[in-house]
Design a binder for this molecule. Structure first.
Ligand SMILES: [Zn+2]
Length: 259
């Protein structure tokens, strides 16, 4: 019995070590997320290990968050709010790009926040469904107590306070992954990343439900944005720094794929 436990423990340690190595390799070569980056009054803070949160002013003493990071205390978000004379109560909404644990951890810290996501993501956010990605499927799942209070549909007109938000469905990383266009910044969550060379790359397969679907979503996202005549100044990613060259990095990625 003791020996069996020893083997199980050893196996678990190896699995953990391999997972850590895979995750480490995955994030090497990315442009680091720049804590405190700001564009058009939207500020990016890192909250937890490598996860970014967008803080979007939506009116007098009111902000919305894009994702809620991987630090369950929300301390980095609260510290940034405090610098602006705001508190946890100032957060009126959290828009989730998707429901992986490193995007929702601090969502319970903000008592006034309505929780918004595309409908297919609600169960993942609530911790009632397992993620499907090759690595994340092994992470334990338990109820988070987070209930999406408003489910979103692609293209629906969304106003939070005085701020207009364009909602796009980009399924693939997860079934209900969303991109949000706010004040010229396109938040792509984990659907894509910025490399250290300033190029865009697709989301990592080890975390993606379906990489091919994710890549198809990125292509159709560009088509939709161009067709709607929307202006994009910058691309924001959940685990890497902003790219401030409009849609060009996304278009360049598509051209590279087609070569
Ligand atoms: Zn993810």
């Amino acid at each position: 019995m003791k020996r069996t436990l020893k083997y199980v423990g050893f196996g678990f340690a190896v699995l953990l070590g391999v997972s850590a190595a895979v995750v480490g390799l995955t994030f090497s070569g990315l442009q680091p997320a720049s804590d405190g980056d700001e564009l058009n009054q939207i500020r990016i803070v890192t909250s937890g290990t490598g996860s970014t949160v967008g803080i979007v002013p939506i009116g007098e003493a009111a902000v919305a968050l894009i994702d809620a990071g991987s630090d369950a205390t929300g301390a980095p978000i609260l510290a940034d709010l405090e610098k602006r004379g705001l508190t946890a109560e100032s957060v009126k909404a959290i828009l989730f790009t998707h429901g992986h644990f490193d995007h929702i951890a601090a969502a319970g810290v903000f008592p006034q926040a309505q929780l918004l996501a595309l409908a297919p993501e609600a169960d993942l956010i609530a911790g009632l469904k397992k993620p499907r990605g090759p690595v994340v499927r092994f992470f334990p799942v338990k109820p988070t107590g987070l209930n999406v209070t408003r489910t979103l549909k692609e293209g629906e007109p969304l106003m939070l306070g005085d701020t207009t938000i364009k909602v796009f469905a980009v399924p693939g990383h997860t079934a209900g992954s969303a991109a949000y266009l706010i004040n010229g910044i396109l938040f792509l969550g984990d659907s894509a990343d910025a490399t250290a060379k300033g190029k865009l790359q697709s989301g990592h397969w080890i975390f993606c439900d379906d990489l091919a679907e994710n890549e198809a979503s990125l292509r159709s996202l560009v088509d939709k944005i161009v067709a709607q005549g929307e202006v994009v100044q910058a691309l924001a990613f959940a685990h890497s720094g902003m790219l401030r060259d409009g849609l060009a990095p996304l278009s360049a990625w598509i051209s590279d794929q087609d070569d």
